[in-house]
Design a protein around this ligand. Structure first.
Ligand code: NAP
Length: 341
């Protein structure tokens, strides 16, 4: 019997489910109502036939300690952790993975017989997604825009994956230095136009959703610290009004071209202004949906021990990692996960 009531559009559990024995996991963040994680995880649990349920908990800043203590006391199996709680989650854990210790941030908690185990899967999720698409960072020149939690996870993961170098470009240079200190032999703080000479660029700021750099005319000479949203005129390629600049922290995506892969960790919109411009310039582009799917897959493996059903998970979120239209969707960057049944 389906655990969902067909008459209620398939979204409402039957009276017989969830049961007293149903295992519960969830995501904590603020805000969290937009999160795709419940869809991803509940799809995976259903595909695996597991008596598990996953909920979203909106926990205001400053309330994490009480929320996590309550979750542990209630017997929750695990929590995904999103902004603004990643640093606090790392602090309150009783066991921390190597990545969590290095980054001082966690995106996953597992409750294990009184212990609170913290993991950070953003970096591994990025690497899984890059490799899924055929890009191995080993020996490659990489750039990361941003120096927040996601950027730092990307920097550490790329360095540990054997990148030849990782150049960090950020609006605030002190934060970039902190990110570079994660792996000083491989990572350095760079100028925006240093990213012209990279094989991979990871855009890891929220600015790509709303625009974020200095005016296009001044971008090549732009210095960290100048970035401001800039109104633009005209139409974009979809015929919509182009309201914002695609430039982020002084990096103009129009600089990129053939042979370069540009990943924007933003996945809503699927094609950010930054990615759209990079694609127009000839670069291969990919959004952050793959990271989301792969870090969730690692959480499922950690909590349940089961192999995550990647095909079902990709299908649930639309599989649109490669927001470049039907012709490119048939190409090498569709991702193996998206093709699995
Ligand atoms: P965060 O810790 O708040 O870091 C924000 C970073 O973005 C900082 O380096 C900040 O620079 C920079 N920034 C913010 N606004 C900017 C602007 N207008 N112009 C230039 N730089 C700007 O955030 P986060 O957790 O790292 O997340 C970053 C992005 O990645 C978010 O959009 C998030 O949704 C996305 N993300 C996606 C996934 C996924 O599953 N795909 C996972 C994690 C994060 P300063 O240092 O100068 O303030």
């Amino acid at each position: 019997m389906s655990q969902f009531d067909e008459k209620a559009g398939g979204a409402r559990p039957t009276a017989a489910w969830p049961r007293a024995t149903t295992a519960v996991a969830g995501v904590i963040g603020f805000p969290v109502r937009h999160s795709l994680s419940p869809l991803l995880h509940n799809t995976a649990f259903a595909a695996l036939g597991l008596d598990w349920s996953y909920l979203a908990f909106e926990v205001p800043p400053g309330s994490l300690d009480r929320a996590v203590a309550g979750a542990a006391a209630l017997g929750l199996r695990g929590l995904s952790v999103t902004m603004p709680h990643k640093d606090a989650a790392a602090r309150l854990a009783t066991r921390r993975s190597r990545q969590v210790r290095a980054l001082g941030a966690a995106n996953t908690l597992r409750f294990d017989e009184g212990a609170i185990v913290a993991e950070s899967y953003d970096g591994d999720g990025l690497l899984d997604d890059l490799r899924d698409g055929g890009f191995d960072p080993a020996g490659r020149r990489c750039g990361v825009i941003g120096a927040g939690g996601a950027a730092r996870a990307a920097v550490l993961a790329l360095a540990e994956a054997g990148a030849y170098e990782v150049v960090v470009v950020n609006r605030t240079v002190t934060a970039a230095w902190r990110a570079a200190a994660l792996a000083p032999t491989v990572v350095r703080v760079g100028r925006p136009d240093d990213l012209r000479r990279t094989d991979l660029v990871v855009q890891a700021t929220p600015a790509a959703m709303a625009g974020g750099g200095p005016p296009r005319e001044t971008a090549p000479a732009a210095q960290a610290g100048q970035a401001q949203p800039v109104p633009r005129e005209g139409k974009d390629e979809e015929g919509r009004d182009a309201e914002v600049s695609p430039i982020v922290a002084g990096v103009d995506p129009a600089w990129f071209g053939a042979g370069q892969l540009v990943v924007d960790l933003v996945y809503d919109p699927a094609l950010s202004p930054f990615l759209a411009e990079a694609r127009r310039a000839g670069a291969t582009v990919r959004n952050g949906l793959g990271l989301l799917v792969y870090q969730a897959a690692r959480q499922i493996k950690l909590w349940t021990g089961a192999e995550p059903p990647l095909g079902a998970m990709w299908a649930a979120v639309g599989g649109n990692v490669w927001p470049a239209g039907p012709e490119e969707a048939a190409g090498p960057w569709t991702g193996k996960g998206a093709r699995q049944a």
